[in-house]
Design a protein around this ligand. Structure first.
Ligand SMILES: Cc1ncc(C[n+]2csc(CCOP(=O)(O)OP(=O)(O)O)c2C)c(N)n1
Ligand SMILES: [Mg+2]
Length: 388
């Protein structure tokens, strides 16, 4: 059963919820966009699930009923404010949790497997009562009434929502208006340009979602470490490699949503200053892998943050020529380099999944071999698109 997002929002408003925050999941593709358009609901697009919960707590302190929407992968990000803010201060909030990797869905991506199997037990351990949504309006209303009972005891409540239970059909919305992004480069084109400029031995760590899938489609090679899950941690992994292995050049291929989620990493990178690190951010001003919900990079200059954090060289690119030049410059000068490239939100229709060919463990093993025993390449060898 699939409930229309409009109905779900109507029921939330009927129960006097007036404040919404969260981080998107593809199961919530419509929800974030509809809430952004809704005049009766204040919506805050948070950079991480922990801050979404904290925004909601602030709103609750100010007297508003608040909802936080998150994927279960974000449970790790909320546990600190959930236990040490919400629970000790008895400030009840409603959590709408999209459950990926449910034990009934063994075909879901491997990064969801462990959290998918542990979500219910984790909530039990945390003493957060929960209810599984059945996909019907009556079922949703029944879970909201259970939440009311929990709130009477100043306890938060979680509604668990499965894939396909909420409608997901809208396009891209920015500041409440439908829009087409008009940057000339797609992620695929930008990655081709980056790949052409790199050396065959350069190591790449790519962020979770479509960026890794585009890289895999374009140029699968053992020097690529594809992050699956762990949103926001790609640049720290790349910087860790760069610091531990100063003779190898390491490229972090990041997304705007990922950078925003753990932006403190930029300060650590500026501080530790790995000379062999190139941090490329493909900024499409949205969470495109989960349906194109707007990210706050639309009103933030991530490149200015990188400058302030102490990266040695920072560029902002819009065209292919600018991107090619920025990546080429980073080859001949010391890093850490930060290249922000504005990209549009289009992708090829059928993006293969990395896991269709390599399990995460196989990818790790191949990457470690490529890192520790670099392959030799002829001078004229194809730059980066070398088959595995
Ligand atoms: C902690 C956490 N929260 C939410 C998600 C769901 N998620 C997967 S990819 C993604 C979008 C990332 O956006 P961005 O880094 O800008 O890359 P894009 O999809 O736009 O290429 C989100 C929100 C997740 N994997 N982990
Ligand atoms: Mg993005």
């Amino acid at each position: 059963m699939t409930l229309s997002t409009t109905t779900l929002l109507g029921l939330l408003k009927q129960q006097k919820y007036a404040f919404f925050s969260g981080v998107p999941c593809s199961n919530f593709a419509d929800l974030f966009q509809q809430v952004a358009l809704d005049n009766d609901m204040m919506s805050v697009p948070a950079a991480s699930e922990g801050s979404a919960l904290s925004f909601a707590v602030g709103a609750a302190l100010a007297g508003q009923r608040s909802v936080v929407a998150l994927q279960n992968s974000g449970l790790g990000n909320i546990i600190n404010p959930l236990t040490s803010l919400v629970q000790i201060n008895c400030i009840p909030t409603l959590l709408l949790i999209s459950v990926r990797g449910h034990t009934d869905e063994p075909e879901d991506e491997p990064q969801h497997r462990i959290m998918g199997a542990k979500t219910h037990a984790l909530l039990d351990q945390l003493a957060i009562p929960w209810s599984e949504f059945d996909g019907t309006p009556q079922g949703f209303m029944a879970t909201l009434l259970k939440a009311e009972e929990a709130f009477q005891r100043s306890v938060s409540f979680a509604i668990l929502i499965r894939k396909g239970q909420l409608s997901t059909s809208l396009g891209v919305v920015v500041n409440g208006e439908q829009r087409e992004s008009d940057y000339p480069l797609s992620v695929g084109c930008a990655l081709e340009i980056v790949s052409e400029s790199l050396r065959p031995t350069d190591l790449i760590v790519s962020t979770t979602g479509f960026i890794s899938r585009e890289l895999f489609r374009l140029s699968d090679r053992p020097e690529n470490f594809y992050m699956q899950g762990s949103l926001g941690h790609c640049s720290a992994v790349a910087a860790g490699i760069a610091l531990a292995h100063p003779s190898r050049r390491v490229v972090a291929l990041d997304g705007d949503g990922a950078v925003l989620m753990h932006m403190g990493v930029l300060s650590t990178i500026g501080h530790t200053s790995p000379r062999n690190l190139l941090h490329v951010v493909l900024d499409n001003e949205g969470y495109v892998s989960t349906g194109g919900q707007t990210s706050t990079s639309v009103t933030s200059s991530l490149e200015a943050v990188a400058v302030a954090c102490g990266y040695r060289a920072v560029s902002r690119c819009v065209t292919g020529a600018e991107l090619g030049e920025a990546v080429a410059r980073s080859l001949s000068t010391e890093g850490p380099h930060f290249v922000l490239c504005k990209v549009n939100q289009s992708h090829s229709r059928s993006l293969p999944r990395v896991t269709s060919q390599h399990s995460p463990e196989e990818n790790k093993r191949a990457f470690q071999i490529a890192l520790n025993q670099p392959r030799t390449f002829h001078q004229q060898a194809a730059p980066v698109g070398v088959a595995r």
